[in-house]
Ligand binder design. Structure first.
Ligand code: ADP
Length: 488
């Protein structure tokens, strides 16, 4: 099957969070199963170019409709770990992809709308007819809309669209000029049945467009699928998802074990697996040396996260002090997009600067993330909501014990050591329900207490997590089943 992945991110070359991991992992899995897979990305100036092999121009002078004019683009091709990637190079006055970052520009809706139109224009001009275009989140929500409103009439007749919702907290609620920019007709589309935002009668909702026009819609875990269809986690679109229930479902994400695997990870001083767990101590030592922590008989509790309100930043701040009071060391790697949140964490960092038991690294650092997974003992994820969450799955693969709030994909992957009804071999962490300090501290207290008092039982929990299969194997097959269903 011929599958085109159209996305704003793909790890390791363009990654801001789990979307990048998802596209890389699923695309690789589908390729390994013998499908023809191509990934389409903007050629950001901040791509990790050192990870791209054989970059060459494959199409010159692609004229992309832009309001009532067109903008000249080129298309380049390169391989990322054998994954075939196409990059849209635009020569617009606006310099859409030369901003030094993936997201966070005032004209983001226009930047990504342009990208959607450019990718489809390239498919038409280069005579590509994917069986399925798989697109993601609000940035590429216009792809299914354009496919049916414009490109089907121009020749993309048998291509079907699969659309994955990675986060309902960002819906792309935009001015209708975004539609005119790409050649869509607002008169036709700005209705409640189509793109009109339910909360703002002047605005178009790009995620809504993707849901209405795609042939199949998925989200990244079964629990989150239920939450966004039946609770206010749908953030205004729950009614729409109920309406399209027959073409909607949750598929639990995998993680890519060629990237996230302590048995082969070159970022660690020594590799280890479930049968060689004592070797993990070498990573713990290296992590302490790297971050200036004391070598002591204490567990390391870590947070690796975007410091977004979604991630429970207030609880994370409290957890730093609770961990230290409970005899743990605490490590945080996080980047805060919101200046007020960033300031709060900087204040704590300065306050605890001289502590031998605490280190806060405020920024984004892929290599350090690997060493933290390798060296730390527990990971805390107290999210307000969590569509899937990859960090708990990565952490478990590295023998960490997760402490999580029972929401979204966290509820589908972490099973409480004391209270789960799963057999013991499937229990792998600690879970709490209420979004309160007391609930979080109770779960942290149980995990930390186990580390100190019952180390063998703690090791067994680590091994249970390491042995769980969170690879792309099963979700890869589930996505293929969806694609076949769409073709059928
Ligand atoms: P989200 O997509 O909501 O950010 P996920 O748990 O799905 O959350 O994915 C997070 C991914 O980003 C993981 O691969 C995690 O290791 C990585 N990550 C998050 N914050 C950082 C950071 N500050 N530095 C390096 N990697 C990070």
């Amino acid at each position: 099957m011929y599958i085109a992945m159209v996305s704003a991110e793909c790890a390791p070359i363009a990654k801001a969070g789990g979307l990048g991991d998802f596209v890389q992992g699923l695309a690789r899995e589908l390729s390994l199963r013998g499908n023809q897979v191509e990934v389409f990305l903007p050629k950001y100036d901040c791509l990790r170019f050192e990870c791209i092999q054989g970059m060459t121009q494959v199409y010159r002078d692609l004229w992309v409709p832009y309001y009532d004019q067109s903008v000249r683009c080129d298309v380049e091709y390169g391989e990322v770990d054998a994954l075939k990637c196409y990059f849209i190079v635009e020569h617009a006055r606006e310099n859409f992809f030369g901003r030094g970052k993936i997201y966070g520009e005032p004209d983001d809706p226009h930047r990504f709308a342009f990208f959607c139109r450019a990718v489809l224009e390239f498919m038409l001009k280069s005579d590509r007819h994917p069986d399925v275009i798989h697109c993601h989140d609000w940035q590429t929500g216009l792809v299914p809309v354009l496919l049916y409103e414009v490109c089907q009439g121009l020749g993309l007749t048998h291509t079907r669209a699969c659309y994955t919702l990675h986060n309902m907290g960002h819906q792309g609620v935009v001015d209708e000029s975004v539609l005119r920019q790409v050649g869509l007709k607002p008169d036709r589309l700005m209705t409640m049945e189509r793109l009109l935002d339910p909360g703002n009668p002047q605005a178009a909702n790009l995620i809504k467009g993707g849901i209405v026009f795609a042939n199949f819609v998925t989200t990244v875990s079964p629990r989150y699928a239920w939450e966004i269809e039946h609770t206010d986690q749908g953030m205004g679109l729950q009614g729409l998802l109920q309406q399209y229930d027959r073409k909607f479902g949750g598929v639990l994400n995998g993680i890519d074990y060629t990237v996230w695997n302590p048995e082969s990870d070159t970022h660690l001083p020594a590799t280890y697996g479930p049968d060689t767990l004592p070797q993990k101590a070498l990573s713990k030592k290296a992590l302490r040396e790297r971050l200036g922590l004391e070598d002591a008989a204490k567990p390391i509790l870590a947070v690796v996260s975007r410091l977004d309100r979604q991630k429970g930043v207030d609880l994370i701040r409290r957890a730093i002090y609770f961990a230290l009071e409970s005899g743990c060391q605490f490590v945080l790697l996080g980047s805060a997009p919101e200046p007020a949140v960033n300031d709060q964490f900087w204040r704590i960092k300065r306050e605890l600067e001289s502590s031998p038991d605490c280190h806060l690294e405020l920024g984004y650092d892929e290599e350090l993330a690997h060493l933290i997974y390798g060296g730390a003992d527990m990971i805390l994820i107290p999210s307000v909501y969590e569509p899937c969450g990859l960090t708990q799955m990565i952490a478990m693969k590295y023998g960490m014990v997760p402490i999580v709030r029972r929401v979204g994909g966290l509820a589908d992957t972490v099973f409480d050591a004391n209270y789960s009804d799963k057999p013991f071999e499937e229990r792998n962490g600690y879970v709490f329900d209420e979004l309160t300090e007391a609930a979080m501290e109770a779960a942290m207290g149980r995990a930390i207490g186990l580390w100190f008092r019952f180390p063998e039982y703690f090791s067994q929990l680590r091994v249970n997590g390491m042995r769980a299969d969170n690879s792309w194997n099963k979700p890869g097959q589930q996505y293929l089943d969806i694609y076949h269903h769409l073709r059928g």
